[in-house]
Design a protein around this ligand. Sequence first.
Ligand code: SF4
Length: 431
Amino acid sequence: MNPLDNLLPRLATRAIRRYLVGADQRWVFEPPPQGWMPPRLERTSLYLHVPFCRNCCPYCPYNRIPYDPALVEPYTQAAIAEVDWWADTIGPAEIKSVYIGGGTPTLALDSIARVLRRVRERFRLTGDICIETNPADVDNETVQQLHAAGVALVSLGVQSFHPRHLAVLGRSYSPTVAEQALALLAESGFASINADLMFALPGQTASDLTADLARAAQLGANQLTTYPLFTFPYTSVGKYLRLTAVRMPDLRTRRAHYRAIGRWCAQHGFERVSVWGFKRDGVPRYSSVTRDGYIGIGPGAGSHLPDGFVLNTFDLNSWIDAARAGRMAVALRMAFAGQMSGWWWLYWRLYDTRIPLDDLDAVLGQDAPKARLWLRAVEQIGLAVRQRGHIELTEPGAFWLHLAQNHFALNYVNTLWTQARREPWPRAVSI
Ligand code: SF4
């Protein structure tokens, strides 16, 4: 890469984060220092990463490997061992929620049930269990296994009900399979059913999109999460787009799609719960990313601890070896300085589109006045409005602020994950 590439955005990013978070925060992930161990915790959440996929989608940025049934047992044993390692290290904490993602969790439901059993034995599990599911894997047996494992909130990765968009995404199931899977989940007694749908796909129109929303709602989804096609340089999307001679829609199209989603949801009783998420009927919210504090189990799983972020090795075999030997599988850590933890909290409240003002002082401490000043500026340019006790992003605010957030976050994720996928135990990665 030319060192002058993106020089201005990089300088701007550094200046902004230095102003907000302070000069003491080092934006570097590095191997944990000798003797470092996670602190004891009273309560946290848990993320379980299942890395297997039958269908390795070309656009996918996640840490996944082709499904091989022979790998499931070693994976399971390692995951159970890693649960034990965390329990021995942080203590028998309360687990406020469990999120199971991947990869494709529905390829390893027996394994997940065993890992959850160990979680219940070693921790106090009090919260809901959420899981991602794949249309091609959902049948009556899947539903029974999910209920038996105690799963309450289910998300189905529909992406689109249009065959040509599924083909662009390299998805192997047909719209009918996705429709049957969603209808089955919706009638199976889960507390919440989320449908993931993609927008800003090559060639997709706003009416394709609203037809997808309507179909998902008609089939029983009570939460809709819409997200654009991300383009990470390390995925094969660039190559893929060249191969098929299609291009991503421009910013104008993406804006129009976003507006169409908001309008459709407002007209059909779905309230906004995040930048991309909407729900109806007062069901519990299905959410993967907004938790404050969690421990991560699995290859490439991240943990958000009070003193920093840590990231497990991405390499399946290295992770299995470490976990089964009772060693720490953490490859990289970024320590928090100053009020970094509070700024991270604010970042996710912006994602929620709702910032509770009463919590600012407690969470951001001495940085709370700076945050208030910044939020007031956001209000003054019409990107947010003040309500009783909180600030709420307007529709343009949700779009533009998250576009900016996304720019930073995706750059960080891209830099970090590129290195983490290249070698099992990387040296320092500056973000
Ligand atoms: S998009 Fe989902 S199914 Fe496709 S490779 Fe990624 S995790 Fe697997």
